[in-house]
Design a protein around this ligand. Structure first.
Ligand SMILES: [Cu+2]
Length: 119
């Protein structure tokens, strides 16, 4: 349990240069890489286990996008040239829709995906 200084309670950390210095993954959480581009996320469907902490690492290939999961009260900006991290420990099983909430052009409305939380 080293390298935990100052990272325990951080929700979002953005790091320049696509490297992840002092990232949230130090506590053993599973890393889930999600890339965004007009007008889709990859992967579009993410399956998680209830009670198991994960760290999302968001990147974008073209421009700024959003990542918003209203039913989980979770959102982030995804900015070119950075890795944006978001920590999540799902507390409920079910299906949770996410979508881009930063207008990124014609087609933006269909930029969405799903988090599935299993027991
Ligand atoms: Cu968008």
């Amino acid at each position: 349990m080293k390298n935990r200084t100052g990272i325990t309670a951080i929700m979002v950390a953005s790091v320049f240069g696509m490297t992840c210095l002092g990232c949230l993954s130090g506590d053993g959480a599973k890393i889930i890489k999600v890339s965004a581009k007009r007008f889709e996320y990859s992967p579009q469907q993410i399956t998680l286990k209830k009670g198991t902490p994960v760290v999302f690492q968001f990147t974008t290939e073209d421009r700024t996008h959003g990542f918003n999961v209203p039913s989980m009260n979770l959102r982030a900006d995804i900015v070119p040239g950075k890795i944006t991290e978001l920590k999540l420990t799902p507390q409920q099983t079910g299906e949770f829709d996410f979508f881009c909430d930063i207008f990124c052009g014609s087609g933006h409305e269909g930029m969405n995906g799903k988090i599935i939380v299993t027991e």
